[in-house]
Design a protein around this ligand. Structure first.
Ligand code: NAD
Length: 294
């Protein structure tokens, strides 16, 4: 059993911290929200009063925070002062590649090995311990991170050096955003051409247009497996988070002088969907906007 600090007990972090506690670790948990702290306590973690308190005496510290600025702030203002040398830092938040590299470098300079370890899989996978982790960082840090991450996920993959986990994450989600938009368009066009949506699903899901957005996350209610579309687009992966990831991908592409016209178009469409006030809806709900609904 190891002492593990866990900072950021929101929709994702709450379930992840609970799985570390279930795995037998002594989890010192912190969040700005009292409600999140209460839930972590009920799940077997020990709530503490600050991020620094979560770091004290820990062998490893996991962060699951909204964005790069939160991670940089917690690292600089709390962890660097409170963590003992050798403590492993695992940032599982989805953040920009530049900040991920910067905080890992700063951590390493303080004798704190660090990995970026963003996840694929939503709130249900976080609770069930079936996330996929894509990890960036040195091999020895990855070797220490792997058994911890395995308690929270079904797959833990070493993507490369610092920032490589974030790079894999935003490329994956750019692909997901683009295929979701394309899947929605295909269903809407099929309907306009007089095809029954279920018939189109039956054909396309076993043809070359097949993709995860269609077969596992179909944006039309009543077609394919049960998805957020069947719950009026509630729950699932929020459109606002998809927009965040697409922005990270397009920014990273610009920084790397790479061309991502489909990613940029998906970002513009999700921005329009967000402007319509739909950031909280599941990202497959964009089919409504593409179909002409407000
Ligand atoms: P969330 O908003 O539910 O949780 C974030 C938590 O961080 C909140 O409880 C907040 O109070 C806490 N927090 C913020 N600043 C803090 C600070 N300084 N100290 C301590 N706690 C602080 O977000 P989430 O859905 O859990 O997502 C977390 C990360 O995981 C994000 O980077 C997101 O992009 C990524 N992600 C989310 C999903 C998803 O489906 N929700 C899927 C994959 C990845």
């Amino acid at each position: 059993m190891a002492r593990i600090g866990f900072i950021g007990l929101g929709n994702m972090g709450g379930g992840m911290a609970a799985n570390l506690a279930k795995g037998g670790h002594d989890v010192r948990a912190f969040d700005l929200s009292q409600d999140a702290l209460d839930k972590a306590k009920a799940a077997g973690c020990l709530p503490v009063e600050s991020a620094a308190a979560a770091a004290e005496g820990a062998e490893a510290i996991v962060t699951m925070l909204p964005a790069g600025k939160h991670v940089a702030q917690v690292y600089e203002e709390s962890l660097f002062g409170a963590a003992r040398p050798g403590t492993l830092l695992l940032d599982c938040s989805t953040i920009d590649v530049g900040t991920a590299k910067k905080v890992a470098e700063a951590a390493s300079a303080k004798g704190l090995p660090a990995v970026d370890a963003p996840v694929s899989g939503g709130i249900a996978a976080a609770a069930a311990g079936t996330l996929t982790f894509m990890v960036g960082g040195p091999a020895d840090a990855f070797a220490r991170a792997e058994p911890i991450l395995k308690l929270m996920g079904k797959a833990v993959i070493h993507a490369g050096g610092s920032g490589a986990g974030q790079a894999a994450k935003i490329c994956n989600n750019m692909l997901l955003g683009a295929t979701m938009v394309a899947t929605c368009e295909a269903f809407l066009l099929a309907k306009s051409l007089g095809l029954d949506p279920q018939t189109f699903f039956d054909i396309s899901s076993v043809s070359s247009g097949q993709c995860w957005s269609m077969t596992s996350y179909c944006p039309l209610p009543g077609v394919g497996p049960e998805t957020p579309a069947d719950r009026d687009y509630q729950g699932g992966f929020a459109a606002g988070l998809m927009l965040k990831d697409l922005k990270l991908a397009v920014q990273a592409a610009s920084d790397a002088n790479a061309s991502v016209p489909m990613g940029a178009e998906a970002m513009a469409l999700y921005q329009a969907f967000a402007n319509g006030g739909h950031t909280g809806l599941d990202f497959s709900g964009i089919i409504r906007m593409l179909g002409g609904e407000q």
